[in-house]
Design a protein around this ligand. Structure first.
Ligand code: TYM
Length: 333
């Protein structure tokens, strides 16, 4: 860790392959950030069990998510890359922060409201206190910046509020983490209902691109994307489907909206959808190849996540033991 660099923390749930939304909104940025910041990245398996998981699948998905982050360019030599349940400080700090979080503020979390409706038979306490664990993830490292998609903004605001409250009660200690949200692509929308966020829990498989989908599947899904009854490729209010495709195309190719509009002037939506599909498939191809290679090498993955957990514990332990002192726990030694 370079003392002169700011610290980045981010996490992703291991609930199946990442979506194009996860990739564009968050993970894509994790690689370049490694060059300028101290980065700590985490597969948050403890968050995942707030909804029912098959234990065998969770273990597999966690390993896959770890390998997939590496395939997306997270380098365990440059960053601390680990699995959340391997590092006990997250749960320890979460308890202390939960005693500094109000029932009322957790009740206002829109993701809790959505998920408790979707999983009405299992509105467990973990689902409710989920944002406190997320605050602990971030604050255990005193992170400066948190790269996420827009759907995590409210959770991040809660983390800031909890940190601020702790600082008022016990004296300045936690850094208030700032969100790092991309200008374009912070909310990739469903290809079938472009007013809804793209999500892996969508029942319609055509709504969502998975980053391990093969080229034909990706192109087929884009061809079926819902658009509008006009024919001009331009970014304008009310053209949710086209706006979404333009944002995806722009983040993948680096072209701005004006140049995309000129590129497709006089052409139809069919040509545009095909071009987006091809650009996305070609962009994801090396990730798929690298994932296939890495996921065969279990011993290497184990080495990486064991080392990552050791480093993460060492770093966060220093911070969490200071928190223990601050709240008045007796020193063990
Ligand atoms: P998760 O696993 O749902 O999503 C991982 C990241 O992907 C982003 N994302 C999207 N971005 C754009 N468009 C979309 N359609 C889209 N869908 C998902 C999310 O914003 C997120 O950045 N609670 C977090 C995981 C977490 C975390 C943390 C993140 C746990 N602790 C600490 C940052 C810091 C979550 O469930 O993300």
């Amino acid at each position: 860790m370079d003392k002169d660099r700011k610290l980045i923390f981010s996490g992703i749930q291991p609930t199946g392959t990442f979506t194009l939304g996860n990739y564009i909104g968050a993970v894509r940025n994790w690689k370049p950030l490694q060059e300028e910041y101290n980065c700590v990245y985490c597969v948050v398996d403890m968050h995942a069990i707030t909804v029912r998981q098959d234990p065998i699948k969770l273990r597999q998905n966690t390993m896959n998510a770890y390998a997939l982050l590496m395939a997306c360019g997270v380098d365990p030599q440059k960053s601390i890359l680990f699995i959340q349940s391997h590092v006990r400080t997250h749960a320890e700090l979460s308890w202390i922060l939960s005693c500094n979080t109000q029932f009322g503020e957790l009740s206002r979390m829109t993701q809790f409201k959505d998920k408790s409706q979707r999983h009405a038979d299992d509105v467990n306490a973990g689902l409710f206190t989920y944002p406190v664990l997320m605050a602990a993830d971030i604050l255990a490292y005193n992170a400066d910046l948190v790269p996420v998609g827009i759907d995590q903004k409210q959770h991040l605001e809660l983390a800031r509020n909890v940190a601020q409250r702790f600082n008022q009660r016990y004296g300045e200690f936690f850094t208030l983490p700032e969100p790092y949200i991309p200008d374009v692509g912070a909310k990739v929308m469903s290809l079938q209902e472009p007013t809804k966020k793209m999500s892996k829990s969508d029942e319609n498989p055509n709504a969502c691109i998975l980053i391990l989908d093969d080229k034909d599947t990706i192109i087929r899904k884009f061809k079926r994307a819902v658009t509008d009854s006009e024919s001009e490729v331009c970014y304008r209010e009310g053209k949710d489907g086209i706006n979404n495709l333009m944002s995806i195309y722009s983040t993948i190719t680096g072209k701005d909206f004006d140049s995309i509009t000129s590129e497709f002037a006089g052409k139809g939506y069919g040509d545009f959808k095909l071009a987006v599909g091809e650009a996305v498939a070609d962009h994801l191809e090396p990730i798929r190849t690298e994932f296939a290679r890495l996921s065969k090498d279990k011993a290497y993955l184990r080495e990486c996540y064991t080392d990552g957990a050791e480093k993460a514990l060492k770093y966060s332990q220093r911070i969490v033991s200071k928190v223990y002192r601050k709240v008045g726990f007796v020193d063990k030694t």
